[in-house]
Design a protein around this ligand. Structure first.
Ligand code: HEC
Ligand code: HEC
Length: 287
């Protein structure tokens, strides 16, 4: 009996000793998720910036943001973040110190990602080269410069409900819905926003008169001004290589999306996105 108790104690100690930092994600799947979620475009300075080392300047109605360094550098990156820190950032828009992120970081969509996809992503990020690259502070207009204002913003506008598959739809449709509304964060550019920068969930994907850099973003529903008579193959071609049905090519901010995100997805995933987009209610283009 005494031996048994001692053995149980030893087992309990062994269990406690398992390092909590043990990586549980799969880095190869994480690399695919990084593409699906389009993290590279914002977190890398175009033309010559070190991979994911931040510093890209994003001009918005609230002022200018400089994206953080998300390489595993201990001093200037996220090298000392735990898995839970990382999941909390994507799921809750919350920093390790409890402060809230600005929705320029589209956690408002990433919150729909599965925990598994987040952990895979973290496992991949742990493996990219650590780059010491301090980035400038954001330069925001009053009162947005006060980060605490984001507590109220989150209370008013942030819905962190997980993605719920629709049991009446096919597996393919649900995969498309997940990719568009979660990692792909298409609505962050293609859905109109209110004056406080919150996405208008009543008019999903109906276009945005003032997208990144103030440029308009088209309606991608089947409504007037949208992708009215496109078939699913047309959508796949646009997302894969940027080719439009009229023979022209996609430009603007969508070029980055295609190069670093949708152009790297499997044909199955692109077809899933096409199936989902084709099924959406046609809406008038946002004005
Ligand atoms: C549209 C641009 C954009 C995209 C896309 C984007 N981010 Fe960010 N990210 C930002 C900005 C801007 C911030 C800073 C937010 C703040 O200061 O409140 C940020 C902050 C972060 C932080 C917090 C870093 C810190 O030091 O506190 C992490 C982690 C992060 N992003 C990871 C990611 C990952 C992973 C992805 C892809 C799944 C991603 N981001 C996609 C713009 C973006
Ligand atoms: C960073 C902002 C941004 C994100 C994120 C984004 N788009 Fe776009 N998208 C644009 C812009 C801007 C255009 C218009 C490009 C142009 O002027 O040629 C566009 C064009 C398109 C078009 C062509 C529409 C047309 O009528 O020509 C399709 C289809 C499209 N996007 C689908 C998507 C899908 C699906 C996603 C998510 C996987 C997505 N986009 C994510 C900004 C974005």
């Amino acid at each position: 009996m005494r031996n048994l108790i001692r053995m149980l104690n030893l087992l309990a100690v062994a269990a406690l000793a398992i390092p909590t930092t043990a990586q549980s994600g799969n880095p190869a799947r994480g690399e695919y998720m990084l593409a699906a979620a389009g993290c590279i475009a914002c977190h890398t300075v175009p033309e010559g910036g070190a991979f994911l080392a931040g510093g890209r300047k994003l001009k918005t109605d609230f002022g200018t943001f400089f994206t953080p360094n998300i390489t595993p550098d201990l001093e200037t990156g996220i090298g000392n973040w735990s898995e839970e820190d990382f999941v909390r950032a994507l799921k809750e828009g919350k920093a390790p110190d409890g402060s809230r992120y600005y929705p320029t970081f589209p956690y408002t969509s990433y919150t729909r990602m599965t925990r598994r996809d987040m952990l895979d992503l973290k496992a991949y990020l742990d493996e990219v080269p650590a780059v010491n690259n301090p980035v400038p502070k954001h330069d925001l207009h009053f009162p947005f410069g006060i980060r605490a204002s984001m507590v109220g913003w989150q209370m008013m506008f942030f819905d962190d409900a997980p993605f719920e598959p629709d049991p009446d739809r096919s597996k393919t449709w649900n995969r498309g819905a997940y990719l568009v509304n979660g990692p792909g964060h298409c609505g962050e550019c293609h859905t109109p926003r209110n004056i406080l920068g919150a996405i208008d969930s009543d008019r999903p994907l109906s276009g945005n008169t003032s997208g990144p850099g103030g440029a308009p973003v088209p309606n991608i529903t089947r409504g007037p001004g949208g992708i009215r008579d496109w078939n699913e193959d047309d959508i796949v071609s646009a997302l894969e290589i940027g080719l439009l049905p009229d023979g022209d090519f996609v430009g603007g901010a969508m070029t980055d999306v295609i190069e670093q995100s949708t152009g790297k997805l499997t044909v199955d995933d692109l077809q899933a996105i096409a199936k989902y987009l084709s099924s959406l209610p046609p809406l008038d283009s946002a004005r």
